[in-house]
Design a protein around this ligand. Structure first.
Ligand code: ATP
Length: 235
């Protein structure tokens, strides 16, 4: 479904991605692990063309999207739930959700999906006229995910969805990602919480200093001594 081949991305002179190759197949949850600064966020931003790729190729559903603009990439059905939620604090929850459907023209479909979001996440319905900034961190994450779903995406990119959330809320967020995947959306998940991410994902990649250093099934990564030592702590 999504293939990155030998991707190189820079920030000025900093060679942040040094030949990243990875893939996500239909129906999969794939996680991307690695220490701070490894290049996980840059990988997601490169897929969405928020960061421009200098070398390499990104294909999605058989199309070369390497040089496509971000808004066109969004229209192809790739939704990005960014690190730190990035909800619109001064827009209402309703308006935040509608922003997720900004590129869609099927008004009836959008209304149907809005209802679906409110049915599924009652906390958003109850507070739909309040400003996004009034929500708690966990509620903001739910709003960011629901906003991403309003695109009716085929592929969702999640950047650190558990960051800064209480354990109970993290479990809820991971359940939501599982459900999204079970309803047919492929997922590329960047997570510091390696243990939880590997339990959810089918496959995973480990990044270090702008390179992929390991790729395997989640099961094998969970039992890999190197991964255990570096990312799974005592568990
Ligand atoms: P984290 O978990 O801390 O977000 P990460 O694996 O997502 O880490 P990136 O944020 O992709 O890593 O960063 C990769 C490298 O690029 C790091 O060396 C980082 O300092 C650098 N970098 C990231 N964003 C910028 C930027 N806007 N300008 C300059 N350098 C950047």
């Amino acid at each position: 479904m999504l293939t990155l081949e030998d991707i190189h991305t820079y920030y000025g002179n900093l060679h942040a991605l040094q030949g990243i190759s990875l893939s996500v197949n239909e129906g999969e949850i794939v996680c991307l692990l690695g220490a701070n600064g490894a290049g996980k966020t840059t990988t997601l931003m490169s897929i969405c063309a928020i960061n421009r790729v200098k070398k390499g190729k990104i294909s999605y559903l058989g199309r070369d999207i390497t040089k496509m603009a971000t808004d066109r990439i969004v229209k192809t059905g790739i939704s990005h739930v960014p690190e730190g939620r990035r909800i619109f604090r001064e827009l209402t929850i309703h308006e935040n959700l509608m922003m997720g459907a900004f590129t869609r023209k099927d008004k009836k479909g959008v209304q149907k999906d809005l209802k679906r979001m409110y049915d599924h996440f009652p906390v958003l319905y109850d507070r739909r006229q309040q400003y996004g900034g009034t929500l708690s961190g966990g509620e903001q994450q739910i709003l960011a995910i629901a906003r991403g779903l309003m695109l009716r995406p085929k592929l969702m990119l999640f950047d650190e969805p558990s960051l800064g959330l209480a354990p109970k809320i993290i479990a809820q967020v991971f359940d939501i990602i599982k459900e999204i995947n079970q309803s047919g959306t492929a997922v590329l998940l960047v997570e510091q919480n390696a243990n939880a991410a590997l339990k959810l994902a089918h496959r995973g990649y480990v990044m270090e200093s702008g390179k992929i250093v390991l790729e395997d099934s989640s099961y094998n990564l969970l039992h890999n001594e190197q991964v255990k030592k570096a990312y799974l702590g005592a568990e």
